[in-house]
Design a protein around this ligand. Structure first.
Ligand SMILES: [Zn+2]
Length: 325
C-alpha cells in the first residue's frame, strides 16, 4: 500500500508534502557494515554505506529528528503515552570491526549515541558467518551457477558478482535446510579444502570501548541463526547465552534485542515469549515503518534499512511514505 502511495505521490509531486507532514513517532534506522564494499574478501552486500555517506546521513537525521538512546526510549515507553516528537534510534547489527574503526568516529563527531546489536559467537573468535563464507567461496571459485539440494532451480552467475552473491544468499535463506549444511554442500561442490581468511568482527575490548564512549549494546542472538527454524532448546540457548555473555564480559544490563535477518518470518510468538522470559524489554525487526507511541508491542519495533547509495531525497521519500504501526 505504501508503495502505491509513494508512486502516486511522486507522480503528483507530493514528496515534500508527505515528508513535511510525516507523523510523530519513533523512526529507527539500521546499518550493518560501514566502508568500501570493494575492500572485503567477504560479503559486499552487508555494507550499508561508506564512512562519508554515514556522516551525511547522520547530519540529515540530526537536522530532522531528535536522536535518542535505547535507555531514553525505554523511559518513554514506560510512560505509555503518545508523543508529539519525531524521534530516532540509530542502530548497527552484527558487530563488524568497521563499526568501531569507521562508524564510531562519525558518531563521536556528531555527539550521538547509537546501539550495536551483537551476535556473540562472532566476537573475539574468528568465526566467519555463513553469508561471508558463501561470498568468499563465490568470489574465489567463480562458478557459472550454484545448485544445492532442496533448491528448485540453479542460481546463475549472469549479471555481476554482487548480484550473484545476493541471489545465492537469498536462496540459502529461503531453503529449509540449515545454512550450515548448505555451506558444507557448497564447499564440497567447489572443492574447497583450505581455511577462510580472518573474520572481520570486533573483539570484547572494542565493545567495552564503545560502551565507554557512550554507545549502547544489545543482543543479536549467539550464532545468528534464523530463530523460527530452531528447536525450543536451541532458541532458549540463542536468547539466554548471548545475553549472559554480553552481561558478564561487559558488566552491563542487556535489555534490547534485534532479530537475526529480521523479516516477519524470522520471529513469532514463541520467540517473543522467549525474549520476555530472558528479561529483554524490547526487540527490533528489519522492516521499514514508523512506530507510533504508545506501541502495540515493544517486541516488534520497525527499522528502516539504510541501503548503499541512498540520497537525502531518497531518505525523505523513505520516511515520508512509510507505513505506520
Ligand atoms: Zn544480523
Amino acid at each position: 500500500m505504501s508503495r502505491i502511495k509513494r508512486k502516486i505521490g511522486s507522480w503528483l509531486g507530493l514528496d515534500h508534502y508527505f515528508w513535511n507532514n510525516r507523523p510523530a513517532g519513533l523512526y529507527s534506522v539500521n546499518f550493518h557494515r560501514i566502508g568500501n564494499s570493494d575492500d572485503t574478501s567477504f560479503d559486499p552486500c552487508v555494507f550499508s554505506c561508506t564512512t562519508k555517506e554515514l556522516d551525511e546521513h547522520i547530519t540529515f537525521f540530526k537536522n530532522n529528528f531528535r536522536i535518542i538512546s535505547i535507555a531514553e526510549l525505554n523511559n518513554l515507553l514506560s510512560l505509555n503515552q503518545p508523543i508529539e516528537e519525531r524521534l530516532m534510534c540509530v542502530t548497527f547489527d552484527d558487530g563488524y570491526i568497521d563499526n568501531f574503526t569507521n562508524a564510531l568516529p562519525v558518531l563521536k563527531k556528531h555527539k550521538i549515541s547509537a546501539s550495536f546489536f551483537i551476535a556473540t559467537a562472532l566476537i573475539g573468535s574468528n568465526t566467519v558467518p555463513w553469508w561471508d563464507k558463501v561470498a568468499y567461496l563465490l568470489k574465489t571459485y567463480r562458478p557459472a551457477h550454484v545448485k544445492l539440494s532442496n533448491w528448485k532451480k540453479p542460481v546463475l552467475n549472469t549479471y555481476n558478482e554482487k548480484i550473484f552473491i545476493r541471489d545465492v544468499l537469498t536462496q540459502i535463506k529461503c531453503c529449509k535446510t540449515s545454512a550450515q549444511n548448505q555451506i558444507y554442500q557448497l564447499e564440497k561442490q567447489l572443492g574447497f579444502e583450505h581455511s577462510y581468511p580472518e573474520a572481520e568482527f570486533m573483539n570484547w575490548d572494542h565493545l567495552r570501548y564503545l560502551l565507554e564512549e557512550g554507545m549502547e549494546i544489545g543482543a543479536h542472538s549467539h550464532n545468528h541463526d534464523i530463530l523460527t527454524k530452531l528447536s525450543e532448546d536451541e532458541l532458549f540457548y540463542e536468547l539466554s547465552h548471548s545475553k549472559a555473555l554480553l552481561e558478564s564480559k561487559l558488566k552491563t544490563n542487556i535489555t534490547a534485542f534485534s532479530y537475526p535477518v529480521g523479516n516477519r518470518s524470522t520471529y513469532n510468538e514463541k520467540v517473543i515469549i522467549g525474549l520476555k522470559n530472558n528479561g529483554y524489554e524490547l526487540a527490533f525487526n528489519f522492516q521499514p515503518g514508523i512506530n507510533r507511541l504508545p506501541l502495540a508491542s515493544p517486541y516488534d519495533l520497525h527499522r528502516f534499512p539504510i541501503a548503499p547509495g541512498i540520497s537525502n531525497e531518497d531518505l525523505m521519500k523513505l520516511f515520508g511514505y512509510a507505513k505506520r504501526f
